[in-house]
Write a protein that binds this ligand. Structure first.
Ligand code: GLN
Length: 201
């Protein structure tokens, strides 16, 4: 199993760390490959797009030609895990801030998002949430998190905050989270993602 982590910007090492622990726990042998340039995404069975700063992330993915490769991987139904800024990068539509900064989003998941929507007081917080595929609650870390303002009809909601705010979704093999699973020692989400890759034909 080859998992590519887009290594342009953001929490790259943290995702690599979480993935390698998750692989061990699942008893799966595989490689985790940091991706900075084009040509590697097509050789990966799954792609992780970390959080960070979505404007920079989008700009550099486009410059490197990785954006097209990710779109192609999504079409081939390769499992993709996108977190925080990664979620913004793959959404169909950004809100006012995205428009003002001319963000070119990948549009591979039918979501509309608003960047930095939780406001200053709550720029960073953590809270326990229920995630549909996990039996026990998960401590989710939010850092200047985006808000999901519209969810397409084929998109499954897998977690909410206070029963209202959508914070995690899945469409086909794409999982998008507005929080940071790579910043805790709890690897259950990465384990679920690895199992998803393992189930692919
Ligand atoms: N606020 C960041 C952005 O827009 C995302 C924050 C994060 O990934 N932690 O792009």
């Amino acid at each position: 199993m080859n998992i590519g982590v887009i290594a342009i910007q953001g929490n790259i090492e943290e995702h690599i760390h979480a993935l390698s622990h998750a692989m061990k726990k699942e008893g799966i042998n595989g490689r985790i490959i940091p991706i900075k340039h084009r040509g590697i995404v097509p050789r990966c069975d799954g792609i992780v797009i970390p959080g960070g700063e979505s404007t920079t992330l989008c700009r550099l993915m486009k410059r490197e030609g990785i954006d097209i490769e990710i779109k192609d991987a999504a079409q081939k139904k390769k499992p993709i895990l996108a977190t925080c800024a990664g979620l913004i990068a793959i959404a169909k539509k950004g809100g006012r801030e995205a428009e003002e900064t001319n963000q070119e989003l990948l549009g591979i998941i039918d979501l509309e998002v608003e960047r930095n929507a939780f406001g200053r007081q709550r720029e960073s917080f953590e809270t326990e949430v229920a995630i549909s595929f996990l039996e026990e609650p998960y401590n989710a870390v939010f850092i200047r998190a985006p808000r999901i303002t519209r969810v397409g009809k084929d998109v499954e909601i897998i977690a909410t905050l206070n029963n209202s705010e959508v914070i995690a979704v899945k469409e086909k093999n794409i999982i998008a989270l507005s929080f940071h699973p790579e910043l805790t020692d709890d690897t259950r989400i990465h384990q679920y993602y690895i199992k998803l890759i393992n189930q692919q034909p």
